[in-house]
Write a protein that binds this ligand. Structure first.
Ligand code: ZN
Length: 193
């Protein structure tokens, strides 16, 4: 699209006028879920299937500009863990973000550098705010696609390694015995400080 185009149309499952789409398939998510045996079984079902995709409008990465888009995360489990995005912290970690739920039922799982967890549950119309210096990921705890409209400063950047370095986020989001979501301490977690 041209840099001068400033209108983006968001439909039920399409973001017309997007700058790009990136797609994460089952085979891209090695190491994300805690139960390796369950992951291998889940992967074997169809390594190529799309687990989530992100459509975005990115005019520039200049200070003062904004990047926004739609994230679509499919429902499902790997072991007891719900489908989730890889998650990241902003490379410039004072940069914040908002996520508005468009459809489905999910969580924004956030964690500060000291390992404090913050969870915002989202249903259509709800907005989550990611404070400065918080790792964040989406988790689909529902039975349909969990879609969010996100917006953040264009110069934020993403650091995905911070999660790998501590062997995941401190809390796992799992299906509870009542069929609802629950959190569980991640035993593999390595504190950062
Ligand atoms: Zn972000």
């Amino acid at each position: 699209m041209s840099r001068n185009q400033s209108v983006v149309h968001i439909h039920a499952d399409e973001m017309e006028g997007r700058s790009r789409r990136y797609v994460k398939r089952a085979r891209d998510l090695t190491g994300l879920f805690i139960n390796e045996a369950a992951f291998e079984r889940w992967l074997a079902e169809d390594p190529e299937r799309v687990i989530y995709y992100v459509d975005e409008f990115r005019r520039s990465e200049d200070e003062g500009d904004l990047i926004f888009g739609i994230s679509t995360l499919t429902p499902g489990h790997v072991g007891r863990e719900f489908h989730m995005t890889r998650g990241h912290i902003h490379a410039q970690n004072d940069r914040t973000e908002i996520y508005e739920c468009i459809s489905g039922h999910g969580l924004l799982l956030m964690e500060d550098l000291a390992g404090e967890t913050l969870i915002t549950e989202l249903r259509p119309g709800d907005v989550a705010y990611v404070p400065p210096a918080h790792i964040h990921r989406s988790v689909n705890v529902g039975t349909e696609n969990f879609r969010t409209l996100f917006c953040y400063p264009a110069d934020a950047g993403q650091d995905y390694e911070i999660i790998a370095k501590s062997q995941g986020m401190r809390k796992l989001v799992i299906e509870g015995d009542d069929g609802l979501w629950a959190t569980l301490e991640n035993d593999a977690y390595v504190p950062r400080v």
